[in-house]
Write a protein that binds this ligand. Structure first.
Ligand SMILES: Cc1cc2nc3c(=O)[nH]c(=O)nc-3n(C[C@H](O)[C@H](O)[C@H](O)COP(=O)(O)O)c2cc1C
Length: 186
């Protein structure tokens, strides 16, 4: 069966937003990608799933590399611009610069990276796999830096959110849970 965009079931997922930077056929570009996932520690691998018509896809197919900039809480405007316009018709990087956001040259790849993101990761493409109606690009991490002052913005139910940690159960309650689980050890 299908699980389409904007279906109430699809909207139950909560993700961070990868702002994917690339440099290729369409020059420097940035797109919003909720399907951005850390999938291996050693080596560090990141998977991004992109619709085949995106300018970013054409860029990555040529350059074989991409930047992952995790959107910070105060950068929702970037997610909306990067996710609402295509690099085929718009120079989003210049528009975002005019809106006051800054970019810097990546260290190990040719893309620009977003300043003041919660995480900046430079990736070299190692695999490209078509899954259903999207293409998954898997990148090996060649450089990563995080910003300790920034929290990642969350995307859920087509809205932007901030994370709030839950209060842990009391020590007594955790002890009760531990005893019950221990009773069921195989
Ligand atoms: C919050 C948000 C999340 C998005 N996530 C994805 C995604 O995971 N995969 C995808 O292909 N498009 C996603 N999009 C849509 C693309 O960002 C959009 O089509 C963009 O215009 C593509 O830019 P490009 O053509 O310059 O590459 C998302 C859009 C928004 C607003």
């Amino acid at each position: 069966m299908k699980l389409p965009w904007n279906d109430p079931c699809s909207n139950k997922f909560a993700t961070t937003i990868g702002l994917i930077t690339s440099n290729g056929r369409y020059g420097n570009d940035i797109m919003a990608c909720e399907w951005t996932h850390h999938i291996s520690y050693d080596p560090g691998l990141i998977a991004i799933s992109l619709g085949p018509t995106k300018a970013t896809v054409k860029n990555i197919k040529i350059s074989k590399e991409f930047g992952v900039n995790l959107c910070a809480l105060d950068q929702s405007v970037i997610a909306s611009v990067a996710g609402g316009y295509s690099g085929i018709n718009y120079n989003k990087i210049e528009a975002l610069k005019e809106l006051g956001f800054e970019f810097y040259q990546a260290k190990k790849i040719k893309s620009l990276m977003l300043d003041r993101a919660s995480l900046n990761v430079e990736c070299k493409l190692i695999r490209e796999i078509k899954f259903g109606d999207h293409i998954m690009f898997i990148g090996e991490v060649v450089y990563a830096v995080q910003n300790p002052e920034k929290k990642s913005l969350i995307y859920h139910d087509r809205k932007y959110w901030s994370l709030q940690s839950l209060v842990k159960p009391s020590q007594q309650e955790r002890e009760r849970i531990r005893k019950i689980v221990e009773k069921h050890r195989r």
